[in-house]
Write a protein that binds this ligand. Structure first.
Ligand SMILES: *[C@@H]1O[C@H](CO)[C@@H](O)[C@H](O)[C@H]1NC(C)=O
Length: 383
């Protein structure tokens, strides 16, 4: 009886969760070629590479694992899909997708970008402004990282902590969570790889701003510091832009009471200015808050093509994202590996058989063996 009640409760709780989740965008490419109605390729440059729908050489499920695959080597790619615009202000934002470098990526992007609703999909390119860039980027042995780049006031800010990405040929699930309390989390294959505070893990020196104390406290001892204005800009000689923020400008020369400044006695060259709380950050944070999220896309370069992108998700619900990850990547990872193992074994067997044939042929007739090998080499190249 108690057991049944627990079960019932669990089912209800789960249904409620899913019911509460807001899914802004979800794409599994399950309706054949109709994805072309939802995804707009950029035509900004005629040399942009083409995408096709494919589950690749090995997969867990031939149909369900179909995703956008890059098809041409040494190309830029640019494609995007729209959804009704939303703001993540005060809400969690989860960005998730799967990526599979079955060609064994040597150099190229495997990341996604989230764009403002104003994106012009037809001209999408390197210069198109984005809100978020997230996912793996590989180039040789030097670059194997997961980017988490956030736009703030038209500047892009990269995470300071370096996050290593997967470099094998299998499908991997990448998840980025941005929460309203300014915490973030990066997961790969459902495992937390990095987490922390957006305040501390991004290059935010340009966002740092001193905070003024409330007026009531102005005249308590220790609130005022002496500053000697230099004649030109009115900027105190000891003004430290790093700690004090940007110098607000010459307005400070206007006596007698300016914001946080007052002249000391009759000596107009000596000003007092309110002590700053130099280590404080903006309290009203808008980094990681995006007003008008309206598109998701791929805008990247690949030396060797073949990467498959699938199972895109934007939601405000971490648990929904987790269950969607389990239902997609979770189902495919095992069978995909098994299929790859079988194909690899078959290849090894075939190679061994060919070698044996060659040896047999070579034992009797050297020139013939050379010819066969030469012939096969050329057939291979034509493929
Ligand atoms: C479109 O292509 C041109 C020429 O390749 C390039 O200069 C421009 O930056 C591209 N536009 C965007 C939005 O990236």
């Amino acid at each position: 009886m108690a057991w049944a009640r627990v079960c019932l409760w669990a089912v209800c709780a789960c249904a409620l969760r899913v019911a509460l989740a807001t899914v802004y965008f979800q794409e599994e490419f399950l309706d054949g070629e109709r994805w072309r109605n939802r995804w707009v390729p950029s035509t900004n440059d005629s040399r942009l590479g083409h995408f096709r729908l494919s589950s690749g050489k090995f997969y867990g499920h031939k149909e369900k694992d179909k995703g956008l695959q890059t098809t041409q080597n040494g190309r830029f790619y640019a494609i995007s899909a729209r959804f009704p615009p939303f703001s993540n202000k005060g809400r969690t934002l989860v960005l998730q997708y799967t990526v599979k470098h079955e060609q064994k990526m040597d150099c190229g992007g495997g990341y996604v970008k989230v764009f403002p609703a104003g994106l012009d999909q037809r001209t999408l390119g390197t210069k198109s402004p984005y809100y978020i860039m997230f996912g793996p980027d590989i180039c040789g042995y030097d670059l194997m990282k997961v980017h988490v780049i956030l736009q703030f006031k038209n500047e892009y800010h990269e995470n300071k902590k370096s996050i290593k990405c997967k470099v094998d040929g299998f499908t991997h699930l990448y998840t980025l969570i941005l929460r309203p309390d300014l915490s973030y989390e990066v997961k790969i294959d459902g495992q937390t790889i990095e987490l922390g505070s957006i305040e501390y893990d991004w290059q935010l020196t340009s966002l740092r701003k001193a905070e003024r104390r409330p007026r009531e406290s102005w005249d308590s001892p220790g609130d005022w510091e002496k500053h000697f204005l230099d004649a030109g800009t009115g900027k105190p000689g000891d003004w430290n832009s790093e700690l004090d923020g940007d110098w607000p400008g010459p307005m400070l020369q206007k006596p007698p009471y300016q914001d946080g400044l007052k002249p000391e006695g009759i000596d107009q060259d000596i000003w007092l200015h309110e002590k700053m709380r130099s280590t404080s950050y903006l309290t009203q944070y808008d980094l990681s808050e995006f007003e008008n999220i309206g598109a998701i896309g791929l805008e990247l370069w690949q030396v060797r093509s073949g990467t498959i992108f699938d199972n895109f998700l934007l939601t405000d619900d971490e648990e929904y994202a987790e269950s969607f990850g389990k239902a997609t990547w979770g189902q495919t990872k095992g069978p995909e590996k098994e299929m790859d193992d079988i194909l690899t074994k078959e290849e090894v067997t075939r190679a061994r058989e060919e070698e044996e044939e060659e040896l047999l042929a070579g034992g009797f007739n050297e020139p013939q063996r050379f010819f066969q090998r030469f012939h096969r080499f050329h057939q291979h190249k034509e493929l």
